[in-house]
Design a protein around this ligand. Structure first.
Ligand SMILES: [Zn+2]
Length: 137
Protein backbone atom coordinates (compact mmCIF):
# COMPACT_ATOMS: atom_id res chain seq x y z
CA UNK A 1 0.00 0.00 0.00
CA UNK A 2 1.39 3.33 -1.04
CA UNK A 3 -0.03 6.81 -0.97
CA UNK A 4 -0.06 7.59 -4.68
CA UNK A 5 -1.87 10.58 -6.10
CA UNK A 6 -4.14 9.25 -8.82
CA UNK A 7 -3.29 12.08 -11.18
CA UNK A 8 0.42 11.44 -10.80
CA UNK A 9 0.32 7.84 -11.98
CA UNK A 10 0.92 8.56 -15.65
CA UNK A 11 3.80 10.87 -14.84
CA UNK A 12 5.37 8.38 -12.51
CA UNK A 13 5.30 5.62 -15.09
CA UNK A 14 7.63 7.73 -17.19
CA UNK A 15 10.13 6.94 -14.49
CA UNK A 16 13.14 8.96 -15.52
CA UNK A 17 14.32 11.63 -13.12
CA UNK A 18 11.86 10.84 -10.37
CA UNK A 19 13.36 11.21 -6.92
CA UNK A 20 11.66 9.07 -4.33
CA UNK A 21 11.72 10.26 -0.72
CA UNK A 22 9.89 7.38 0.86
CA UNK A 23 13.02 5.95 2.51
CA UNK A 24 13.59 9.20 4.40
CA UNK A 25 9.92 9.22 5.32
CA UNK A 26 10.04 5.70 6.74
CA UNK A 27 13.14 6.58 8.74
CA UNK A 28 11.42 9.61 10.27
CA UNK A 29 8.32 7.59 11.17
CA UNK A 30 10.46 4.88 12.77
CA UNK A 31 12.34 7.45 14.81
CA UNK A 32 9.02 8.89 15.99
CA UNK A 33 7.67 5.45 16.94
CA UNK A 34 10.85 4.70 18.89
CA UNK A 35 10.32 7.92 20.84
CA UNK A 36 13.39 9.62 19.44
CA UNK A 37 11.34 12.40 17.90
CA UNK A 38 8.53 14.30 19.59
CA UNK A 39 5.21 14.90 17.83
CA UNK A 40 5.94 18.62 17.57
CA UNK A 41 9.16 17.78 15.73
CA UNK A 42 7.39 15.91 12.95
CA UNK A 43 3.96 17.59 12.96
CA UNK A 44 4.88 21.15 12.07
CA UNK A 45 3.31 21.70 8.65
CA UNK A 46 3.04 25.30 7.53
CA UNK A 47 -0.53 26.66 7.83
CA UNK A 48 -0.49 27.31 4.08
CA UNK A 49 0.23 23.64 3.38
CA UNK A 50 -2.57 22.55 5.71
CA UNK A 51 -4.90 24.98 3.96
CA UNK A 52 -3.97 23.55 0.55
CA UNK A 53 -4.33 19.99 1.85
CA UNK A 54 -7.78 20.79 3.20
CA UNK A 55 -9.02 22.60 0.11
CA UNK A 56 -7.42 20.83 -2.85
CA UNK A 57 -5.56 17.85 -1.40
CA UNK A 58 -6.26 14.40 -2.78
CA UNK A 59 -7.14 11.87 -0.07
CA UNK A 60 -4.27 9.43 0.48
CA UNK A 61 -4.94 5.70 0.38
CA UNK A 62 -3.30 5.21 3.77
CA UNK A 63 -4.00 6.70 7.21
CA UNK A 64 -1.64 9.23 8.76
CA UNK A 65 1.52 7.42 9.97
CA UNK A 66 1.63 9.58 13.11
CA UNK A 67 -1.95 9.99 14.39
CA UNK A 68 -3.47 7.07 12.40
CA UNK A 69 -6.43 9.25 11.35
CA UNK A 70 -7.72 9.06 7.76
CA UNK A 71 -6.77 12.70 7.39
CA UNK A 72 -3.77 12.38 5.09
CA UNK A 73 -3.90 14.46 1.90
CA UNK A 74 -1.56 14.70 -1.07
CA UNK A 75 -0.66 18.10 -2.43
CA UNK A 76 1.45 18.77 -5.52
CA UNK A 77 3.51 21.93 -5.92
CA UNK A 78 5.17 22.81 -9.20
CA UNK A 79 8.19 25.09 -9.40
CA UNK A 80 9.70 26.59 -12.54
CA UNK A 81 9.93 29.58 -14.89
CA UNK A 82 7.00 32.02 -14.72
CA UNK A 83 5.49 30.28 -11.73
CA UNK A 84 5.21 31.89 -8.28
CA UNK A 85 8.39 31.68 -6.15
CA UNK A 86 6.50 29.59 -3.61
CA UNK A 87 5.37 27.24 -6.36
CA UNK A 88 2.00 26.62 -7.88
CA UNK A 89 -0.35 24.25 -6.15
CA UNK A 90 -1.63 21.87 -8.81
CA UNK A 91 -4.71 19.83 -8.05
CA UNK A 92 -5.75 18.24 -11.34
CA UNK A 93 -4.18 15.86 -13.84
CA UNK A 94 -5.14 18.23 -16.66
CA UNK A 95 -3.16 21.06 -15.12
CA UNK A 96 -0.08 18.84 -14.66
CA UNK A 97 -0.35 17.57 -18.23
CA UNK A 98 -0.50 21.15 -19.51
CA UNK A 99 2.76 22.02 -17.77
CA UNK A 100 4.34 18.80 -18.98
CA UNK A 101 4.05 19.73 -22.68
CA UNK A 102 5.77 23.09 -22.22
CA UNK A 103 9.37 23.70 -23.24
CA UNK A 104 10.18 25.16 -19.83
CA UNK A 105 11.45 22.71 -17.26
CA UNK A 106 9.47 22.31 -14.06
CA UNK A 107 9.78 20.21 -10.97
CA UNK A 108 6.68 18.83 -9.27
CA UNK A 109 6.87 18.00 -5.57
CA UNK A 110 4.29 15.64 -4.14
CA UNK A 111 3.83 16.32 -0.44
CA UNK A 112 1.65 14.49 2.04
CA UNK A 113 0.09 16.45 4.86
CA UNK A 114 -2.21 15.40 7.69
CA UNK A 115 -5.01 17.89 8.33
CA UNK A 116 -5.45 16.35 11.78
CA UNK A 117 -2.00 16.39 13.40
CA UNK A 118 -0.03 18.46 10.82
CA UNK A 119 2.43 15.71 9.96
CA UNK A 120 3.93 16.40 6.55
CA UNK A 121 6.59 14.93 4.33
CA UNK A 122 7.89 15.23 0.81
CA UNK A 123 7.13 11.99 -1.00
CA UNK A 124 8.84 12.58 -4.30
CA UNK A 125 10.05 15.08 -6.83
CA UNK A 126 9.49 14.57 -10.53
CA UNK A 127 10.50 16.52 -13.61
CA UNK A 128 7.89 18.03 -15.91
CA UNK A 129 8.12 19.85 -19.22
CA UNK A 130 11.45 20.44 -20.94
CA UNK A 131 10.06 19.38 -24.29
CA UNK A 132 12.53 20.22 -27.07
CA UNK A 133 14.50 22.25 -24.51
CA UNK A 134 17.73 20.32 -25.06
CA UNK A 135 17.68 20.54 -28.86
CA UNK A 136 20.41 23.19 -29.04
CA UNK A 137 23.40 23.74 -26.77
ZN1 LIG B 1 -1.91 12.84 11.47
Amino acid sequence: MTAEPAFGEAMLRRGAGVVDHRMARRHLINEFRRGRLRPDQVCDAHPELIRAATNVGAPASVPCPICQEPALRLVTYVFGPRLPAHGRCVSTAAELAKLDVRTDEFTAYVVEACVECRWHHLLRALPLGGRRARRTG
